[in-house]
Write a protein that binds this ligand. Structure first.
Ligand code: IPE
Ligand code: IPE
Ligand code: MG
Length: 260
């Protein structure tokens, strides 16, 4: 593991990593266990990856923990996940503070049962002054939900006359998303072997590097994170330009190219 870590270029770390933590249910089933068993073990991976990102000095880590569509799962699984969430947050707040980690939530918090919502709001407040890693939990989140809300607010403001449609830019739109205070992810990892985005950060992932691995989330550890980052560091991010242009830019950075 140390040799993998030594291979990382610490000057070229992705400033923001987003992860679709998938494969808990199958991991459990493969062991003849209930799906919830997989979710419980998934928490160990969350702990390890959060710690790994904090150690590296990554600025932002967004974890897709529960999607809007996940509300349609069997009631016992939804309840189990909510209880696991509350239990984990309650146990981990102290560690978050010790490690200077600030918690954020994106998603429809109103959908959460009150006990879960209150626990999350409290943890957000308790960690609000931390200045290290920003840990963003996507909870009851979906990109289409987020975009719909942005469009509604924009339309209301245009109707009220406080926003002129001709003044809307790409930055305006970004500012109406729940991710407004975070840079776009540079690297998106999906575990569990599926090759899809499942309604996650559709707008924000426009130029993210995508990394898919068959490893089930409960088995995902720091060394797997390092592998993903090493893979990321071998790619050329061209942002629509040619390879030659990008190489020129590396010699004399242009403000138009974001190297997050
Ligand atoms: C991801 O694992 C966790 C959540 C969606 C809450 P899954 O529960 O989707 O696991 P699989 O994909 O069924 O294996
Ligand atoms: C995506 O996983 C959501 C989370 C990991 C929280 P899903 O398991 O819900 O996605 P699909 O249904 O396979 O696309
Ligand atoms: Mg899944």
């Amino acid at each position: 593991m140390d040799s993998l870590k030594a291979k990382l270029d610490l000057q070229q770390l992705p400033h923001h990593i987003a992860i679709i933590m998938d494969g808990n249910g199958r991991w459990a089933k493969e062991k003849g266990e209930d799906r919830l068993f997989g979710h419980y073990h998934g928490v160990e991976s969350v702990r390890d990856i959060v710690e790994g990102c904090a150690e590296l000095g990554i600025g932002y880590l967004t974890l897709y923990a529960f999607s809007t569509e996940n509300w349609d799962r069997p009631a016992y699984e939804v309840t189990g996940l909510m209880e696991l969430l509350v239990d984990t947050i309650r146990k981990e707040v102290e560690t978050l503070n010790k490690n200077n980690i600030r918690l954020h939530v994106i998603g429809d918090m109103n959908m959460l049962p009150p006990y879960a919502r209150n626990e999350m709001l409290e943890a957000i407040q308790l960690t609000a002054k931390n200045t290290g890693l920003n840990l963003v939990m996507a909870l009851s989140y979906s990109s289409r939900w987020e975009l719909m809300n942005a469009v509604k607010t924009l339309a209301e403001e245009a109707k009220a006359g406080t926003l002129r449609p001709e003044e809307i830019t790409q930055d305006t739109l970004s500012n109406y998303l729940s991710t407004r205070s975070f840079p776009d992810p540079a690297l998106m990892i999906r575990t569990g072997g599926e090759y899809r985005i499942s309604n996650f950060l559709l707008y924000q992932l426009a130029y993210a590097e995508l990394y898919f691995t068959a490893i089930r989330w409960p088995d995902f550890r720091k060394e797997n994170l390092y592998e993903a980052i090493i893979d990321f560091q071998q790619r050329e991010r061209r942002f629509g330009k040619t390879s030659e242009q990008v190489q020129d830019t590396e010699l004399s950075p242009s403000p138009q190219i974001s190297l997050q």
